[in-house]
Design a protein around this ligand. Structure first.
Ligand code: GUN
Ligand code: FE
Length: 429
């Protein structure tokens, strides 16, 4: 039909996690294509065969560029867009010095809308089509990002960041208002088009036990919702949690004791975990999110990707504690952190973490993150020779993995030839 679009290029399609399934999980078509109709992928395969089978499809030929699923950033703070790359602080000082003053501005709808649009321009220019974003305590900050994401047709997850202590007065809610505001936002936005609400206590130090319990009760009322928070990011933070919650067995227990541990829980950072915490997270089937540029930038530590053998693990920028909006840069940092821990992550795993791996961590694996019929047509097309330095290295490649790795390590937004959201190109063609 006229509404079909055939996107041609190299294609890399993963059936599942190459860490578990090996490289057999990946199919490469040097002259491939993705057929799209009504916002969904309908077929993936040989370009010439798809062309013959769909002669009336509108064709966009990306040549040797590589078609991938759009990148999925499993943990970010869109309100920190304007304070990314703030110098010289570790986690708690960084929050107090840079983050909280900026987040205090998001009660102003005009400002929140301006940053939301700027943020979505930046991420889509970097090939990212879905984000799980924290907002601020202000309901207006949630309305702003959902409104902007909806206008672009993006699949997007966001939630009001709840804090009722250890934050400035103008950035504190209460246990009751956090429950009421989150509940109202959830009812207004969750499941509306491609949007999903995530219940979002910031982290244990900025919530009273009463607030954590209130949000645990909200989650129990809405078990189809995700819950996101931070866990065991920095050693000083963990010591602080221990003093704030003297009865807790460990950091994870502060969440568990208040109804905030579950299969649909998404725990960011998770660097300094105790054996009991790992066992418990595995038992409930919770997901972790690796934020490598943040963990090096804020000085937090080195995430153990070996945890992905037994748990869903997504990949994320953690903008603006992370130092980039780019999932390419984030994959490069994941590779570097792996090397520092003695594990060289294969390009297949890096690409999977940024797409299907993040989708699985966010329970969206049936909707996004893979090139397969029925999956939503959010795509990222990578120019594998976007700069002279990358082009000369890529020219020597003998396999698709050698061809894509220089772009993973050295690529930036110049490598994003196109981003498609629900089958529609973001950049003018
Ligand atoms: N822990 C609690 N809040 C934050 C945040 O905004 N960024 C990071 N990186 N860690 C946090
Ligand atoms: Fe974060």
């Amino acid at each position: 039909t006229l509404a079909e679009r055939l996107i041609l290029g190299q294609v890399l399609a993963f059936e599942g996690d190459p860490r578990a399934l090996g490289l057999a999980a990946a199919r490469h078509e040097a002259r491939g294509g993705v057929l799209v109709r009504d916002g969904l992928i309908r077929a993936v395969g040989d370009g010439a065969a798809l062309r013959a089978a769909h002669p009336e499809a509108r064709i966009t030929d990306h040549g040797d560029a590589l078609i991938l699923p759009g990148f999925i950033d499993a943990h970010a703070h869109y309100p920190q867009t304007a304070i990314i790359a703030s110098w010289g602080k570790r986690l708690i000082d960084w929050l107090n010095t840079y983050t909280f003053p900026e987040e205090a501005r998001f009660g102003d709808t005009t400002y929140a809308t301006d940053i939301a649009d700027r943020y979505l321009d930046l991420v889509t220019a970097n090939g990212t089509t879905t984000v799980a974003s924290y907002c601020t305590i202000h309901p207006a900050s949630v309305d702003a990002i959902f409104t902007a994401a909806q206008a672009r047709g993006m699949r997007f997850l966001a939630g009001k960041t709840c804090m009722d202590r250890n934050a400035p007065g103008n950035l504190r809610d209460t246990a009751q208002s956090a429950f009421d505001d989150s509940s109202a936002l959830l009812k207004n936005w969750h499941g509306r088009g491609r949007l999903g609400y995530i219940i979002t206590p910031r982290f244990s130090p900025t919530s009273s036990p009463e607030q954590l319990s209130a949000l645990g009760a909200l989650w129990a009322d809405h078990p189809d919702c995700l819950m996101q928070t931070h866990l065991s990011e920095q050693v000083d933070e963990i010591a602080w949690v221990r003093s704030l919650y003297p009865d807790a067995r460990d950091y994870l227990d502060t969440y568990e004791a208040h109804g905030l541990l579950g299969e649909k829980g998404v725990y960011g950072h998770a660097i300094h975990l105790e054996p009991r915490e790992i066992a418990r997270l595995q038992e409930v089937g919770a997901a972790l999110v690796h934020c490598p540029t943040s963990n090096t930038f804020i000085g937090s530590g080195l995430f153990d990707m070996g945890l992905a053998d037994t748990m869903p693990v997504g990949l994320a920028t953690d903008t603006g504690g992370g130092s980039s909006f780019s999932m390419l840069r984030t994959m490069a940092a994941a590779y570097e952190v792996g090397q520092l821990r003695g594990e060289a992550l294969h390009p297949a795993e890096l690409l999977w973490r940024a797409t299907g791996g993040s989708a699985a961590a966010l329970h969206l694996q049936d909707k996004i993150g893979r090139l397969a019929p029925g999956i939503e047509a959010d795509l990222c097309v990578l120019d594998l020779a976007s700069t002279p330095a990358i082009a000369q290295r890529q020219a020597r490649a003998k396999t698709i993995w050698e061809a894509v790795f220089p772009t993973i390590m050295m690529g930036d937004d110049r490598a994003i030839a196109q981003t498609y959201i629900a089958g529609e190109p973001v950049k003018a063609v």
